[in-house]
Design a protein around this ligand. Structure first.
Ligand SMILES: [Zn+2]
Length: 257
């Protein structure tokens, strides 16, 4: 798409009225718009809308605008976690958890994928089903996506350890009962993900190696996204910077409580 067409897409997105259902952050919405424009520009294979806490009316509005600008759309169930390795606990409990996730997914709303190349559809479907990770479909660095997934697996393992050490669980039935009632456990800080605003223009968490270098795969994507925002609309780029500052200040304030 030419820059004029990209600017027109961005303008339409920025004019989109939507209800701020749930905890929709200004920064997340601006980065949603930037990602969609990056897809239209051919700089990103697809954009995922509606995973986690996002506004339903925003999703529907984006669907209409993306279609009007000639982008492809696909709705799937929410993206299931990809396991590049099995967690180190009772495989029967892991199976039970997997089935529970799939049952919950069937009850939840759908997510929306915005993309350009029709050949991407199989990659999107397998990422949504958790068969592969999202790196290929979303154009995120494999290292960052893998580390993020690894953190998810370690948290699951920490939860199971908590069931054993804090609730005395030993048998499969104990694990299932504790998971069903949502028993609380202490997650050690080492298992928790680090939140970084180092790369303001991307929606994925950079892995530790990427976060340490300004020429890493994650950093390169961040600079490319910033360049795109600046080229299309300096005001839009400044709005993202402003939203990042507000988010950082908000997190600091939360952290002090
Ligand atoms: Zn990385």
């Amino acid at each position: 798409m030419e820059d004029a067409a990209l600017r027109s897409l961005l303008r339409d997105l920025q004019r989109l009225p939507f209800q701020r259902e749930g905890k929709v952050s200004v920064l997340e919405v601006l980065l949603d718009y930037l990602e969609i424009v990056a897809v239209a520009a051919g700089e990103k294979p697809s954009h995922l809308q509606g995973q986690g806490m996002r506004s339903r009316s925003l999703l529907e509005g984006i669907e209409g605008i993306a279609a009007a600008h000639g982008l492809r759309l696909l709705r799937t169930g929410v993206v299931l976690q990809h396991f590049h390795r099995a967690p180190n606990y009772d495989a029967r409990f892991f199976d039970w958890e997997t089935q529970r996730e799939r049952a919950a997914r069937a009850r939840e709303g759908q997510v929306l994928w915005v993309y350009r190349n029709p050949d991407l559809e199989p990659a999107i479907r397998s990422a949504a089903d958790g068969e592969t990770d999202v790196a290929g479909a979303l154009g995120y660095p494999a290292c960052c996506v893998r580390e993020y997934n690894e953190i998810g697996i370690r948290i699951s393992e920490a939860v199971v350890r908590g069931y054993q050490t804090e609730h005395g669980a030993t048998e499969l039935d104990d694990f299932i009962r504790l998971a069903t009632v949502g028993a609380k456990v202490t997650i050690p800080p080492s298992a928790k993900p680090h939140v970084s605003h180092l790369f303001s223009y991307v929606q994925f968490s950079p892995c530790r190696r990427c976060a340490e270098s300004s020429s890493s795969p994650a950093a390169e994507i961040n600079w490319a996204m910033k360049r795109l925002a600046t080229r299309l609309s300096p005001a839009f780029q400044r709005a993202i910077d402003k939203a990042v500052s507000a988010e950082v200040a908000f997190r600091k304030q939360q952290g002090r409580r």
